[in-house]
Design a protein around this ligand. Structure first.
Ligand code: ZN
Length: 164
């Protein structure tokens, strides 16, 4: 019994820390630290001029951190606009033209999601799924928060090799 009491007391003692003369639970201190970190991150995220595509999907850091998203290369390419996309490759002088093989526009994320005729079958499936709950076209924010599964299927079916 004494041993159990000692272990319990040791556990309670370890879970508290002294902060500015006050004893606080480590868990309270940790969650306050996390809250402040997320607040600072959000402030930086709001101020940066980079990552505009990703910002359109995720405007709130706290919300993104609470999402359980299992990503892969195809999805990350769409969420960031970085990868085997002509507009991105052209920006870094890797290819000579940003124009999509469909010839309708530069091959950027919005073109792939909403316009490219080469992705019509994939988009039709995405649009069908989105239309059950939202209007088409919908925002990137709604795509990620309300239609993640359909978006992931869409991104997995983009034949990047034949779009290059
Ligand atoms: Zn196209």
């Amino acid at each position: 019994m004494l041993l159990l009491f000692s272990k319990f007391y040791a556990k309670c003692y370890q879970s508290k820390i002294l902060l500015k003369g006050n004893t606080v639970f480590k868990s309270v201190f940790k969650s306050e630290l996390e809250r402040n970190s997320v607040k600072k991150w959000q402030k930086i995220w709001n101020q940066t001029t980079k990552g505009s595509i990703t910002k359109a999907f995720f405007s709130r850091v706290e919300e993104r951190l609470s999402m359980k998203l299992y990503t892969n290369q195809a999805l990350t390419t769409i969420l960031m606009g970085h990868g085997n996309i002509k507009a991105y490759l052209y920006r870094f002088n890797i290819i000579d033209s940003p124009t999509c093989p469909c010839s309708k526009d530069d091959q950027h994320i919005d073109h792939l999601i909403c316009e490219c005729e080469l992705l019509k079958p994939q988009r039709d499936m995405l649009r069908f799924s989105v239309s059950k709950k939202d209007n088409w076209p919908t925002s990137k924010y709604k795509l990620i928060s309300n239609h993640f599964k359909a978006l992931k299927i869409f991104t997995n079916q983009i034949p990047y090799d034949s779009l290059g």
